[in-house]
Design a binder for this molecule. Structure first.
Ligand code: A2R
Length: 325
């Protein structure tokens, strides 16, 4: 039997490329000179797409492929894929949850400590040779006796909460749904969470329901001693409002691993010394990225061998309800 044909719009980690290359006939779109002509040629044969953030798979792109069965995405966030549209066509979307939660949680805690205790600026002080003349100034920021507010107490949020609780922080959270059996304080609104906490940590997915929900009002509620950390998606934050809040000292500082328009980082953020900026590296260890790549490949392989994906997203559950199929 001939191998299924898979479209790969943009390069993926080596392990994913190798696994997909072995199991399928692969088409690497980024290598093609005339992409439109190439898609016209192969579109009827494509049964799967393998992609990763931030490759955009909107409804129009998905509809190019009449025989598409599955979109295997790398990473837990899939806001650049129109999963609702995929569902309406019976196309499965898979992501790679869980295998990255601990790595992202480690990075989130590291970023929070770096930001509160100004560790990037302190290191710059040493490297610039200033220590010989004067010790680094005492930091206003500390995590001692502080409240952590988590927007998005999901798989990653819970891993962050467990770490922060072990550090002695008092944990509160806001989701749309209150979680039963969680020992943390629930806030039914994001504004209430920001008012209640000292550090606001965003670990929520992107997409229309979270677009710019962290805005000027939320920064005002967080207040002048407040610290904002984002390891979820840049689109959740109104970046202009964040820059204004930092410049006007509406909040004290911020630690960011994600941005609205990656890899573009506004110069105004780079210019702010109290801000810690990371190039979207929260899950980016070799071990964790390999585990994510393996899960991406396994989803595609299992779909075509047994008809059952391992980790379908909520919009395209498997098995499908009789009404959807
Ligand atoms: O709202 P709920 O009850 O569905 O809780 C989810 C929460 N969440 C929201 N909270 C407030 N307002 C919203 N509009 C909203 N939408 C979602 O975010 C849930 O507690 C959490 C997401 O958790 P998980 O689905 O388990 O995702 P995971 O693996 O923790 O990853 C979170 C995000 C990814 O979507 C990427 O953007 C990033 O971290 O890597």
């Amino acid at each position: 039997m001939s191998k299924p044909e898979i479209l790969v719009p943009n390069p993926l980690p080596a392990l994913a490329m190798e696994g997909i290359g072995k199991a399928f006939v692969t088409h690497y779109l980024w290598e093609k000179k005339d992409r439109e002509a190439f898609l016209e040629e192969v579109k009827s044969n494509i049964r799967g797409i393998a992609c990763g953030h931030p490759t955009v798979l909107d409804a129009a792109f998905i509809d190019v492929f009449p025989g598409l069965e599955i979109i295997g995405s790398l990473g837990v966030g899939y806001d650049s894929i129109d999963a609702v549209h995929a569902a309406s066509r019976g196309i499965i979307v898979t992501n790679t949850p869980d295998v990255l939660s601990d790595e992202v949680a480690d990075t989130a805690i590291g970023l929070m400590i770096m930001t509160a205790r100004e560790l990037s600026a302190a290191e710059r002080w040493l490297r610039d040779g200033k220590w010989a003349n004067a010790p680094y100034p005492l930091t206003r920021g500390t995590l001692r006796k502080k409240k952590l507010g988590i927007l998005g107490l999901g798989r990653i949020g819970k891993a962050i909460a467990a770490r922060a609780a072990a550090m002695g922080m008092d944990i509160h959270y806001h989701n749309r749904n209150r979680l039963p059996d969680m020992p943390y304080g629930y806030c039914s609104s994001l504004e209430e969470l920001a008012t209640r906490c000292d550090v606001l940590m965003a670990v929520a997915p992107g997409g229309s329901s979270t677009h710019h929900i962290i805005n000027a009002e939320i920064f005002r509620a967080l207040g002048p001693d407040g610290i904002f950390i984002n390891v979820g998606r840049g689109s959740v934050v109104d970046e202009s409002a964040l820059i204004a809040a930092l410049q006007n000292k509406t909040i004290m500082s911020a630690g960011l691993d994600v941005f609205e328009n990656e890899p573009h980082v506004p110069q105004a953020l780079v210019d702010l010394d109290q801000v810690v900026l990371l190039p979207h590296v929260a899950s980016a260890s070799i071990d964790t990225r390999n585990a994510m790549a393996q899960l991406q490949v396994d989803n595609l392989v299992q779909w075509f061998s047994s008809g059952a994906p391992i980790s379908p997203v909520a919009e395209t559950p498997w098995p499908q309800s009789p009404a959807a199929s």
